[in-house]
Design a protein around this ligand. Structure first.
Ligand code: NAD
Ligand code: UDP
Length: 313
């Protein structure tokens, strides 16, 4: 049975990735310091022999003994309020944490390494949609730079390990992903809107609400991640949903799906909030045969159901 190490495995995407890998016959070691993740995200796996959760900060190393066939590095705060609240830790996990994860892969010849990068490396993009060949438009000293530049450094370090040591690396640029286990209080737009609609509160739209994002359901995202891991592709690859909507349109969709008659309130836009974001997924289609299949309404419904079950509202 091949064995994968998933850093950030108790987080939102990481816990679904653990599920996906286990379903494909991998055994999984999740390493997570629970800074933004939750033990309950992997509680359903706790009795399995082929799953283990190690609570540990990956900036201090990766204490995994035994065979390792893949390292999937997802550890990092991902919600803007979360990474803005811990700027140094975010830079450290992108730099030191990524190096420890790469070292673990290097020490296990033949193993694969996958870096969870982000659409944020494109910054406030001036081309739409964004192909992997676009180098981005990032403010290197703005508040968001702690996340954006950490991920850009992590990509550079990953390529350096590939070129220097021949580590079998893959870089995935994840675009906005949502689904069950997205922490209701983590501040991202889907979790905020759905929790607000359930509580009968106004939906908080930042800025004028005309900025766009593209939302990928987590099961689709994880399918793309695993296909990339299993592929021979090295360089960066966008995995996300290619249809974009404005935040005002998203508010309308959430209200409809929730059946909530709540107003929208505008709040100030965050500094350097990207105006647009939409992946060009030609590469993922051609190389992996991957394309997302879950509609936004179906995905939002799943989040609603899971939040109701968790007692939100
Ligand atoms: P999340 O906050 O739910 O998960 C991140 C996990 O990393 C958490 O469980 C957290 O406790 C853990 N972590 C953070 N620092 C750590 C450290 N030093 N040591 C060990 N564990 C640590 O966020 P998510 O949405 O699941 O994001 C997972 C990954 O995907 C991140 O790398 C993020 O940058 C990337 N990503 C996510 C999205 C998205 O829309 N969800 C978009 C782009 C990129
Ligand atoms: N946003 C919003 N209301 C909220 C939370 C976020 O209008 O309650 C906006 C935010 O300003 C951004 C978009 O929604 O334009 C997506 O924000 P999110 O934090 O989910 O992810 P980002 O794409 O910024 O990393």
């Amino acid at each position: 049975m091949p064995r994968a190490v998933v850093t950030g495995g108790a987080g939102f995407v990481g816990s679904h990735l653990c599920d996906g890998l286990l379903a494909r016959g991998w055994s999984v070691v999740a390493v997570d310091d629970l800074s933004t993740g939750r033990r309950e995200n992997v509680a359903h796996l706790s009795s399995r022999d082929d799953f283990e959760l190690v609570v540990h900060d990956v900036t201090r190393g990766l204490p995994v003994v035994g065979p390792v066939h893949a390292v999937l590095h997802l550890a990092s705060a991902a919600s803007p309020p979360a990474y803005l609240a811990r700027p140094i830790a975010t830079l450290e996990v992108g730099a030191l944490g990524t190096q420890h994860a790469l070292e673990l892969a290097r020490l296990h010849p033949g193993s694969r390494f996958l870096l969870a990068s982000t659409s944020e490396i494109y910054g406030d993009p001036q081309v739409d949609p964004q192909p992997e060949t676009y180098w981005g438009n990032v403010n290197p000293v703005g508040p968001r730079s702690v996340y954006d530049e950490a991920k850009r450094y992590a990509e550079a370090l990953t390529m350096a390990y590939h070129r220097t040591y021949g580590v079998d690396t893959k870089i995935v640029r994840i675009f906005n992903t949502y689904g069950p286990r997205l922490a209701p209080g983590d501040g991202r737009v889907v979790s905020n809107f759905v929790a607000q609609a359930l509580r009968g509160e106004p939906l908080t739209v930042y800025g004028d609400g005309t900025q766009t994002r593209s939302f990928c359901f987590v099961h689709d995202e994880v399918e793309g991640l695993i296909r990339l891991l299993e592929s021979a592709h090295v360089g960066p690859m966008n995995i996300g949903n290619p249809s974009s909507i404005t935040m005002l349109e998203l508010a309308t969709r959430v209200r409809q799906v929730a059946g909530a008659d709540v107003p929208v309130v505008h709040q100030p836009a965050p500094v350097d909030d990207p105006r647009q974001r939409r992946p060009d997924i030609t590469l993922a289609r051609e190389v992996l045969g991957w394309t997302p299949t879950t509609t936004l309404d179906d995905g939002l419904r799943e989040v609603l159901v899971s939040y109701r079950a968790a007692g939100v509202a």
